[in-house]
Write a protein of this length. Structure first.
Length: 840
């Protein structure tokens, strides 16, 4: 506006600020969360947000998007009313008042015009609207109805058409459909009784089909192919259809994808195929005409990397199978992405998203920028526990798989407790001398305190330590095993393969400190190293060579979703040590995508055998112990172990006829007269836990992502730990002759008596929650297991000392009670535990 002033016109500008949206509220939304609404607004680019200028067009667009979103959740009759309230001086508060109305669910689905496939088979193809239930079951296929959405109905009509066309009915189509919405529920009664009969609506769907005839392939014609001289010979097998086979659009799509991959291997990344199926009039044959546009052949000009803040460029570049100046090969690039994922240095790379490929059509070159996001390179594992029987233990493990950004692996693992102390240090160089030679070493020390009463208490689930102490400490198999050693290895990849071969050398020394006469006799006389060999108590030196073959296509070391891994090795021990032993191992893993996106199932199998040769046996610490979160989850750690008895002798009490202890006078070292109990040597079978010499473990998991880093895994484990070489637990000839000389009536044959029940199959099933923890770079696991197959029995030692060894019946019965008493062997049915790391 203006007005005349003293010296001329006075112009005034009156400014009215556009109002700003200060608050956005949603009322009445029950089927969708606010976070889901915001994600949908972002997806549809609505642009409505707080602290932005008011735009009525955006309000209208948001209202439409909300209605569509509610319709997808079955709220076809929902209303959305935007209410705008002025907040002085220039702000607005927007409230979306939502009335969802009744939920519309899918009612009856009627298929008309189908004669080849049943209604049920056609409905199974309708992924969006088919009922929820158990597929292909007679009674439970239609358990729950899904929410009705008209847009999803159109998608399902296309799926029905694809269902027919994949089976040769190329001209099949869904002609039209009819939807009848009716009211249901709201009465006074509840059907069934325990579920509310809420009012709602059902959408009955009727679809009319035209099936047509089933077509078979007549011939395939290729047009525009210049790269290959004989396209019919080379490309026809890509489609998996020969003349006279049923013409399947599924195989057609697969064949076109195979053609793209074939051309991509030769640098033709802009290859475009155009299929033109043409039915032959008057027949059930179809000619497949393929017109292709090959495009140009591209070469790699430059490869750059982004996001690798720690990892050196050369560490990434050496995993790539294509280099600057090479012809671009999509197959080699796909394998390169897989090799990078196997390192575990980065978040999972997806082939279609990980790289930005810029074409220069003038020079026929491409520039590749590989975008990575580094994940935590450090992995920390912590375990611990306290038990009145097993004592306490604390475990700590640290590993970095990308030391100093050079791809080197450094690991430290320590476990300290009442039973076990173990410390390990390892280092691996993946590219020795900048060549694909992997080399590394480990050094370790270990100490194991074996107490027979404690170990059997852990196995049976009862505190039997007082009972074993009553037998006398000298009659128990108690000892301490201490050792140290190192391993070093070298591996090399096989050409054009995911396989590696390796050779490992290891040396360790073990010393046995016996804590009782029984254990001293056991290690002195069991045939670990032969009659004329060194004593087990003075040290066991194991020098071994392990050749191995390793094949690995698993796409990620921590969160795998596909691939296989095979490991085969054989350990030979002999030269340079006093242990003669052979131990072959086979380990197999496989992961595959499962029923839904993100679901993964995995299987694992481990088989191992160990045996001595040259007339000697494998040492006890090289035998197998099973149980715990690393193999069969529902059992205690190392609790799946065979039980055996070996010939030995002990001193039994001699009692008077009335059952009182018989004593005799003795002269002590200081010259005094004292009374001591009268004892007598008698033959017995000493209980031992030798470990198995043959082990087989199978694991199955079905992993379901829940939200974020949380995953639910359903599992089934099975394992067996057996002794298949009983001659490996035979006394040496010298000890056997000594025992039979003392006790000729016992007639010992030197063989251990095995308890077959403790070698039975164990199984465990249950579920576990896995949470990926970025700090430790490993999953935290909380699992519950139920064990269908357990061992619950009584361990009965053989009684070899009969009545003739004792002066009276009372002494004989006391010996039977003390050395021939049966012990309960009770494995629990259920287990609840937490740990860090994976079973496989």
């Amino acid at each position: 506006e203006r007005e005349w002033g003293k010296y001329g016109w006075i112009v005034r500008f009156r400014v009215v600020e556009r109002r700003v949206v200060r608050t956005i509220k949603y009322e009445g939304n029950k089927s969708i969360q606010i976070s889901e609404i915001l994600d949908r607004f972002k997806e549809r680019r609505v642009g409505l947000a707080v602290e932005t200028q008011y735009d009525p067009n955006k309000i209208q667009q948001a209202t439409v998007v909300l209605k569509e979103f509610l319709a997808e959740r079955g709220r076809q009759f929902a209303t959305v009313e935007p209410v705008i309230r002025q907040v002085p001086p220039s702000s607005l508060e927007i409230t979306f008042r939502i009335n969802e109305g009744p939920k519309v669910k899918v009612g009856k689905i009627d298929i008309d015009g189908n004669s080849v496939f049943s209604d049920r088979a056609v409905i199974r193809a309708m992924k969006n609207l088919r009922p929820i239930g158990i597929p292909y079951s007679l009674l439970f296929e239609d358990l729950f109805s899904k929410a009705f959405d008209s847009t999803k109905l159109e998608e399902d009509k296309d799926r029905v058409r694809n269902h027919y066309q994949e089976r040769g009915y190329f001209t099949a189509r869904a002609l039209d459909h009819k939807v009848d919405i009716r009211d249901v529920g709201g009465g006074k009664f509840k059907v069934p009784l325990f579920y509310p009969n809420k009012p709602g609506k059902r959408a009955d769907i009727a679809i009319r089909l035209e099936e047509g005839r089933q077509y078979r392939l007549n011939k395939i014609n290729f047009e525009g192919v210049k790269l290959f001289r004989t396209p019919e010979t080379l490309m026809r097998p890509l489609f998996g259809m020969e003349k006279g086979d049923i013409f399947s659009t599924k195989k057609l799509r697969k064949g076109l994808e195979n053609m793209r991959k074939l051309y991509g291997e030769f640098g033709y990344i802009d290859f475009v195929p155009e299929p033109y199926p043409e039915p032959v009039p008057g027949t059930n044959l179809v000619d497949l005409n393929l017109s292709v546009e090959e495009g140009k052949q591209f070469f790699v000009r430059r490869i750059d990397f982004s996001g690798n803040t720690t990892t050196r460029d050369k560490v990434i570049r050496r995993e790539l199978l294509i280099d600057e100046g090479d012809m671009f090969n999509t197959r080699l690039w796909e394998v390169s992405i897989l090799r990078l994922n196997q390192l575990g240095y980065f978040e999972v790379l997806k082939e279609e998203e990980a790289a930005e490929i810029r074409r220069d059509t003038k020079t026929n070159t491409v520039d590749i920028t590989l975008k990575v996001k580094e994940r935590g390179k450090n992995s920390v594992q912590m375990t611990g526990g306290v038990s009145g029987i097993a004592g306490s233990f604390l475990g700590f493990g640290y590993a970095t798989n990308n030391f100093l950004g050079l791809g080197e692996t450094l690991s430290i693992d320590a476990q300290v407790g009442t039973r076990l102390k173990n410390v390990t240090f390892g280092f691996t160089e993946p590219y020795l001398f900048d060549r694909p030679i992997q080399a590394g070493f480990t050094i370790y020390t270990t100490r194991f305190n074996f107490d027979q009463g404690r170990e059997l208490s852990l196995l049976t689930g009862r505190n039997l330590i007082p009972l074993f102490n009553a037998l006398g400490q000298q009659n128990l198999l108690n000892y301490i095993s201490q050792g140290y050693g190192f391993t070093t290895f070298v591996s090399y990849p096989l050409r054009r393969s995911f396989a590696r071969v390796s050779i490992t050398y290891g040396f360790d020394r073990q010393d046995i400190e016996t804590l009782s006469e029984a254990s001293k006799e056991y290690f002195d006389y069991i045939n670990f190293q032969g009659l004329d060999g060194p004593n087990s108590l003075t040290g066991i030196r194991t020098s071994r060579i392990v050749p191995a073959y390793h094949y690995n296509t698993v796409n990620h070391p921590i969160t795998p979703s596909s691939g296989r891994q095979i490991f085969v090795s054989t350990s030979f021990a002999g030269i340079g040590g006093n242990v003669q032993m052979i131990s072959p191992t086979i380990d197999f893993k496989m992961f595959r995508p499962a029923l839904r996106q993100g679901h993964v199932w995995g299987v694992h199998f481990l088989g191992r055998v160990v045996t001595g040769y040259g007339g000697v046996a494998a040492p006890p610490f090289h035998r197998f112990y099973m149980g715990g979160e690393n193999d069969v989850r529902g059992f205690e750690i190392w609790s799946i172990i065979p039980v055996a008895w070996v010939p030995s002798f002990t001193r039994a009490r001699i009692l008077n006829d009335d059952g009182s202890a018989r004593t005799q006078k003795i002269i002590t070292s200081d010259g005094r007269v004292a009374f001591a109990p009268v004892t007598q040597e008698v033959p017995i079978y000493q209980m031992i836990f030798p470990g198995g010499d043959a082990q087989a473990v199978g694991n199955f998991e079905y992993r379901i992502p829940i939200v974020g880093p949380l995953t639910l895994a359903l599992f089934f484990d099975a394992g067996i730990n057996k002794i298949i070489f009983p001659n490996q637990l035979k006394l040496n000839s010298g000890r056997l002759a000594e025992l039979n000389g003392r006790f000729p009536q016992a007639a010992f044959d030197g063989k251990a008596v095995l308890d077959s029940v403790t070698q039975s199959l164990r199984t465990s099933t249950g579920f576990e929650f896995q949470i990926m923890m970025p700090v430790v770079n490993a999953p935290f696991r909380l699992y519950w297991a139920y064990n269908p197959h357990v061992v619950q029995t009584w361990l009965q030692p053989p009684v070899v000392a009969d009545r003739s060894y004792f002066p009276n019946q009372a002494s004989f019965l006391d010996s039977v009670i003390r050395f021939g008493q049966a012990f309960p062997y009770y494995e629990q049915r259920r287990m609840f535990r937490f740990t860090i790391s994976r079973t496989f």
